[in-house]
Each structure stands twice: as C-alpha cells, then as structure tokens.
Unconditional design. Sequence first.
Lengths: 535, 221
Amino acid sequence: MSVVSAPPSRSALPRLALPRSARVLGLEFKRNAVPYVLPLLAAAFYFNTVRTADGYPPVWTLRASTVPNDMLFEFSVFAAGLAAWAGSREGRRKTVDLVATTPRAAWARLTVALAGTLCWLLLAFLAGVAVVYVQTALQATWGGPPLWPVFVGAAGVTVVTVIGFTAGVFFPGRFTAPLVAILVVVINQVGFREALNTTTGGGSSLLPSSPASAPYALLSPSTSSPLVDAGVYYHIAPDVAITQVMFMGGIAVAVFGVLGLAPELRDLASVFSRRPPRAVFARSDGWLLRAVTVILIACGVAASWTAFALAGTARLDAVTGEWEIPALHYGASDQPVPYAQDCTAGSAFQVCVHPAFGFYLSDLAAVLEPVGAEIAGLPGAPVRAEEVASVSGGLQVMSGTSGNPPVFQFTAEHVGNLFGEFHGYDPVAWREGFQQGLLNDFLGGQSLGSGPVPVPLDAAQQAVENGLLTAIGSPPSSTFGGMNMNGKVTTPQTAAEVSAATQRFATLSAGARHAWLASHLTALRAGTITVAQIP
Amino acid sequence: MTAASVLKPPAAPFGTAPRFPAGIRLVWLYLRTRRVPTGILALAGCGAVLGAALHWHWEFNSGPYAQQVPMIIEAGAAAVIAVTAQSPFGEAERATGRWLPYLRLLVAVALAGLAILALQLGAVGESLNDGVLVLARNVIGFTGLGLACSLVTGGLLAWTLPLGYMLFCQYALLELWRAPWAWPVRPPADRGAWICASAVFAAGLLLFTVRGPRTQLSDNG
C-alpha cells in the first residue's frame, strides 16, 4: 500500500458546504445571549399573556388581541435590551479597529449579528403565539386564528430589535441596553395611553371615539381589548393592522439603512475625528453600499410617512363601528359573516347563541330556563333568548325584549343593565348577571335597540326581581344599595325596605307570585307600584 | 549604595505628585472603573424622563394604570445601578486589598439614594401617583434584585431581572394582586411590602458586597 493508494481520511472527505454567510449566522445563533434570558421571558409571558388570555372567553379575535397588547410589551423589553447588547459587542470588546480590517463590509458583519438576535427573538415570539393559539384552538367553537395580530406583533419585535441593535452599535456603553429597553417600553406605554383614549372618551360607550391624536393612537400596536364579539358577526378589517405593519416596518428598514453607515457616522461623531466628512465617506465600503443604504433609508422613511398619513385619514366604519382607512378599506369586509345559531332543544324556554359562544350554551340554558319558567305566561314574558351582535349600524346594541312572541335578545357586551358579562368567566357572577339581565329587561320594559344604557330598576321593581331570584335559588342583586336612582341616591332605609319586600315576595307560593305579577305587571313597569304594595 | 537609599521611596516625577489622599483616589478609581459618573448621568436622565412623563401626562392620573410608567422608569434606574456592578478587572481585582467589599457596599447604597433623589427631583411640582414612598420602595427593591442578579449573570446583564420583575408587576398591577412580594402594587404605607422590598434589597446588597458580581476572564467592561 502506497501513500497514493491510501484512502482519504474522513476529514478530507468533502463536507456539506454551507454558504459562508449561513455558517456565520449559525455561529451567531449559537453564541447569542437571547437563549439565556428565555426562561425569564417565558415567566413574563406566562404571567402577562397566558393568564390574560385565559381570562378571556375563547373567541379568536379577543384572544389574539393579547399578541400585540401583552406579548409585544414583554418582548419589547428584552428584544431592545438584548439587541443593544449584541450591537454593542464590538465597541464593548474594543474590537472595532480589529474587525475593520476584515474584507467584508461592516454592514455585512453587523447584519449577521442582528439576524442572529432577531431570529432568536422571532422564534421565541412565534412559539409564544403558538401557545396562545393552540390553547384557543382547543377551546374555541367557531372561527379560525387571525393572522394580522401576529404580523403586527412580529413587526413590533423586529423594529424594536433593529432600534436596540443600532443603538448598541452607535453607543456601545454598558448602560445602553437597559436604557434602550426602558425607553422602548415607555414609548409603548405612551402609545397605549393614546390608544386607550380612543375608547374611554365616549363615556359608557364601548366603541372607539375620535381621539385628539388619532394617527399616533392608531399606530400604537398596544390598545384596549376589542369587543367580546369582535370578528364574530363582521370580519375585522385589516386596515389599521396594515398601517401599523407599514409604519413599524418602515422604521425598521430606515434604521437598518442607517446601520449601513455605522462606520462613517461613528467616525463623524467622534470628537477626536479631524477628518472632513468627504474623507470619512471616501474610506467607506464603496459607492454601491452607500447607494443601497440611502435607498433603504429613503424607502423606510417613505413607508412610515405614508402609514402615518394613512392613519390620519381613519374614520369609524358606519357598519361595524371599527376604524377603517378609506385607501385600504375593502368594502366586502363590511358584509355580515354567515352563521347558524346554536340553540337548545327540548325545553319550553329556548336559548340560542352565536356558534362562537357555543361553549356557553348549556350553562346559559341552565341559568335562564328557571327564570323563564318563573315568568312564563305573563304579558311580555320572553319565550326565547337569543344572542345578537353588540354593534349594529355602527352603534352599540343594548339588550331588550321585543317581538311577538317576545324574545329576550342580549349581546356579548350587554345583558339587561349589565355589561361585559362574557368578558371574564366567573361562574357565580356570570350566572347572576344573566338572570338579572333577563329580569331587568322584563320588569323594566326595555326593548332591544341602540342608545344609552337603560336606567336602573326602581325600588319596587328591584324588590320583585330580587324576590324572583330568591325564589329560584339565586342570590338577589347586590347592586341596589347606594345606587343613584333617578337622580336620588338610595338611603339605607330604602335598601332595608327593598330587602323586606324581597323576603315577602319570595316566600309567596309560585302561583301567588304569578297571579300578583299578572295583575300588577303593567303598573310595576310604569313605576306606580311602591315597595309597600308588594305582597 | 546603602540599604537606606533602597528603602527610601523614589521621588515622584515632577507634575505627578498625588494631590489627594490615597483613600479618595481609591474611591475615585473605583467609581471610574464602574462608570459611576456616567451612571449618575443616566439616573438624572431617568429623573428627567419621569418628569416629562408626569408633566405631559404620558401616564394615567389615577387607577392601576397610573403606576405603570413610573414603575418602568424606577426599574430602569435600578437597572442602571445594577449595571455599574461590572468590574473591568475581573478576578485580579479581588486580590488587591480588603477595601473592595466596602466600596461595593457604599457605592451601591449611595447610587440607590441618588436614584431616589433624581427621580424625586424629576417629580417635583408634578403629581406622582402614590408619592415618594412607593418610588423609594420600588427603587430599593428593584436594585436589590439587580445586585443579586449580577452574581449570576455578571454586571453587564444584571438589568434583566429587575426589568423582568417589572414586567410581572405590570400584570400584578392591573390584576390588583395584593401579595406583599408584589410590593410595587401595594399602597405606600403597606408594612408587608416594605418588609419584602427591604429584605430583597438587604439580601442583594449583602451578597453583592461579600461575593461581588460574577466575573469572567474576558471581562473588559
């Protein structure tokens, strides 16, 4: 055997040749600081996002709102800080001059470090989205995962990472990472406050109202949670989401372009630099690279400016009550989403809900049927309860009883005098809320429609409602004492009288209650019955 | 040449004679190596941001949301203090003398006090929700977490734990949690919250004083 005939060693065998940039990216991926912070991020994600999502009913749009509202908040802190940490590496390690002699452009080197950090953060972000979405998929009874909140969240993580990285490159001090993280979160909170002003300006209204600084408020990815049935009866128009992605993407592209000029700008910014600007740019990485960076900056600024201008043209949709941007709006999205109601069968009092709320149907039927049986046969007593959209014609819908035969119609936001019943599933409060809601509308004579929240029941009506609730084994309403009723605050004496009348009425036989209601219901609704007149 | 001439210290070159006592010079060198002057500027910046947030109403006036922005800035100030823990000399510095733990202790306490002062100055003339007591409690609690974190991550990444805890407290704030260990969400005079925050600060400070931040051979600040 000669040297020539000897088989080549294993190391001499041709290896799977990865592109050089992919190998560098792999190294960056392997050495990145993000994995070390993932446990902390996971804990923040669990407490802030998962628990918040758990508190919402499993409706896709509502659960998905936690992605830009909650997830982006906690990811922003670590994305900005860790990106600044990665970006400041050369300056922190004092290797700027050393790596300046490498043949590749500084931008290519920095891009790889940025890409490694961004890949980790986006992977973690998408893993978090998967947790929220899988959990929702296991519980939801209708609909599918909305993607625009994910795009908005991913754009948010990207822009925060690019800003943090660039800050780290230009200011490679030890304080850069925490300060950038804090500033990013403060900006997030300022935007959140502006966005929240769009929903709190309308008093009791749950719909958005025109804010003073609409563009900034609409461009903030963090906002209040949507209506419980958002995206259920009408599609959510992606107008605002597109604008947000365009705005944040534009900033990211522009800042990334600035990163391409990092060596030159660092030289210019240096107080010790005595070179004139022309000399600084003459030693840079070539005209092609400079042209690309300038184009990127221009494109990014143009995209962000366009998004800002588009946000300024936003107006409230006349059909869905949500924000629409005329230049981006697709009229077909205003059409109602077809659906078939889920209804109970085989009981005298039928209950129907939208299939998105089908998971509540049996509970709801168990809650409403005893009340329905208690008032069955009385004038105006509903024979059926059904859920309707909480927004119609751009206005919020209040629950009420109407039609012939009468039907108790409620929304996911309003049940009787109460609102937000579907927002958190507290079994006890939820049961009481629906029973009170049905009786509120029945005794108060409220019919379905748009307008202000109905006035509370008077003392006699409240006593009768509490008596009926007590009779079916439910706790009476606890919201009466101290309530402002028709301009007067109820006194302890009135509350005691209501309580006594409640006890009297509840101890009557079912037949006696029914007979008294049949003869006095009209007067009770008119408010001419006093507490003392209740048997 | 005699032994006396060898033992006699050489004359200092002209212009380099020490102007300050050795103790002051030691403290100054310690502060410079930890970038404390820059840290003080950063704390002043935190105070300015808090003042701006209160002046231009970046936060809500009342309710659970009102504490959000101040808490973020307080965590930022604590993160700045934690980052000053980093030593550029690493292991070698620990063999230089017995004053290092005292310097760590004094500088950390002084910076926490300066942070409270800077933030309070930023809030002068404005309406700070829950007042200076909650501000001080948050700063010392977050600082304790940061100092403790520096033992594990080293000084440069010691900002991660205070900010992570701040994120958790944002949730606790909105959910109206009342556990004492969630001290940022408790009322100003709450004894349990003060005990927890002080205990965290004391534990973090003690560990940091005795052990110092984690160092690596590659530490170069």
